[in-house]
Design a protein around this ligand. Structure first.
Ligand code: RB5
Length: 149
């Protein structure tokens, strides 16, 4: 299952991403926000990141104005590899090299059309494994060490 969330700065793009996932018959839970009232991005980012971290969801998409705030909060959750992408190349690399399980976009950085395209690229790309898996293993090991401190 996918989980998606945004603050007010990412609402329009988040709604378009939900439509994309529905068109592709990918089960998706929308964790909000659902109107243009100002909300705090850590609240929405935490909900989505928690769901991916604890296995409720396989993957997620988060959108705020720049994507920066969502990146900061999401990457605090164990097992989350959240990637902020702005273009086709970073969307592709986020899967091929980083196997990102949360894709993050800036709703005030990319257009709705471009943002949807970047999600499609991430969905359609394949993790390359190999040396990239070794690097992800090092991230997981660092996370384990930090949790014990
Ligand atoms: C909200 O105004 C804005 O700060 C937020 O959407 C995001 O860009 C934070 O990183």
């Amino acid at each position: 299952m996918f989980v998606v969330g945004s603050d007010h700065g990412g609402l329009e793009l988040k709604q378009a991403i939900c439509e994309l996932l529905q068109q592709r018959n990918l089960p998706c839970a929308d964790y909000g926000t659902n109107d243009s009232d100002s909300v705090d991005y850590p609240d929405l980012g935490a909900k989505v990141a928690q769901a991916v971290s604890d296995g409720t969801a396989e993957s997620g998409v988060l959108v705020c104005g720049t994507g920066i705030g969502m990146s900061i909060i999401a990457n605090k959750y164990p097992g989350v590899r959240a990637a902020l992408v702005h273009d086709e190349f970073t969307a592709q690399m986020a899967r091929e090299h980083n196997n990102a399980n949360i894709l993050i976009l800036g709703g005030r950085i990319v257009s709705v059309e471009q943002g949807v395209k970047l999600v499609e690229i991430w969905l359609d790309s394949q993790f390359e494994g190999g040396r990239h898996q070794n690097r992800l293993d090092k991230i997981a090991a660092a996370e384990q060490r930090l949790q014990k401190q």
